[in-house]
Design a protein around this ligand. Structure first.
Ligand SMILES: Nc1ncnc2c1ncn2[C@@H]1O[C@H](COP(=O)(O)OP(=O)(O)OP(=O)(O)O)[C@@H](O)[C@H]1O
Length: 311
């Protein structure tokens, strides 16, 4: 079942087109990634889905209801974890989560149980009485998540929840997101870290300049690249590598140099390993390592836009 359906969505900020003709759907129970560089339009899309901003044009349905006609009903089943940490520094972790839980009408034992469960979920049960102003950046991010999921929403929207935190907290958060999915929650996850999108998302939409330029599983996205086989060769004498000679080998599309490593992109249907090695040996470059590189979403982005995903 589709839990989110977006058709022909547009959003402008004066003359800037922040979103143009966005079409996508999110299946119930999946982790759906929105991957794109800074300024691509991820937050704008998330803000529209979470009803913080209004769309200009198009149709957005969540749980089969139009977001503008059934906003109250949808909001009760929706959890939002914003990019900016939205917690009260002077309150304890427990008080923060309890406040958000009470906004959804929970009280008494039911509220207490939900708060304890949410804090346990993000690994803050031992620190629940501490004021959040004493927390590290990673702990504040985890508390932010607990506030967004305390009411056990069916759909959780997370906007770059791992920005600027240590690797340990990041892993903790990624594991909690997988655990949320295992409980049946649907998650929309925005990030500009392609490793995160690759590791937790079932499907990924790549967004650039307000436009979805590709959508699918990571395997489907990698298949979009025509020059599919990617050979990485480390040589002792990079100056002896003759790019022009490599480029005339059948199937070779592109050669990239980085220090002593060269990456050779070839069309997928061509077998040319023998010829490539022969060219390098004849030139006297001296090979020290050679392996096939697996294509990742960074390559997909570069291939589709001609630009790197990261700044
Ligand atoms: N309120 C606003 N007024 C004017 N322009 C805006 C506003 N909000 C966003 N924009 C612009 O819209 C574009 C998309 O921004 P958005 O924040 O959605 O991108 P993003 O992919 O979430 O990037 P980031 O990761 O940096 O948050 C950017 O060019 C941004 O400057």
């Amino acid at each position: 079942m589709k839990i989110v359906e977006v058709k022909g969505l547009y959003k402008n900020f004066k003359e800037l087109i922040a979103l143009k003709n966005i079409n996508l759907s999110v299946e119930e129970g999946e982790i759906f990634g929105l991957l794109g560089p800074n300024g691509a339009g991820k937050t704008t899309l998330i803000n529209i889905l979470s009803m913080v901003k209004r769309k200009d044009l198009g149709e957005v349905k969540i749980m089969s209801k139009d977001i503008e006609k059934a906003s109250m009903e949808i909001k009760s089943k929706l959890g939002v974890v914003p990019q900016e940490i939205a917690i009260f520094e002077e309150l304890s972790a427990y008080e923060n989560v309890s406040f958000f839980g009470s906004l959804y009408g929970f009280k008494g034992k039911e509220l207490n149980d939900k708060v304890n469960q949410a804090l346990k979920f993000v690994g803050l049960e031992d620190r629940m009485k501490d004021k959040s102003k004493h927390f590290s950046g990673g702990m504040k991010r985890r508390l932010n998540i607990a506030c967004g999921i305390v009411h056990e929403p069916k759909l959780v929207i997370m906007d770059e929840p791992t920005v600027g935190i240590d690797p340990q907290s990041r892993n903790y958060i990624l594991e909690s997101i997988k655990a949320l999915k295992a409980k049946g929650t649907t998650i929309i996850y925005t990030t500009h870290y392609m490793e995160e999108a690759e590791s937790i998302c079932d499907r990924i939409a790549i967004i650039d300049r307000g436009d979805i330029i590709a959508l699918g599983t990571k395997e489907m996205l990698a298949n979009l690249i025509e020059e599919c086989s990617t050979l990485q060769v480390t040589v002792r004498e990079i100056s002896k590598v003759e790019e022009a000679k490599l480029l005339v080998v059948k199937g070779v599309e592109r050669v990239q140099f980085e220090g002593n490593v060269l990456t050779i992109y070839s069309r997928r249907e061509v077998t040319n390993l023998d010829q490539i090695i022969a060219v390098l040996i004849q030139g006297g470059a001296e090979l020290t390592d050679i392996h096939m590189k697996e294509l990742n979403l960074e390559d997909v982005f570069l291939n589709l836009t001609g630009r790197a995903l990261r700044d």
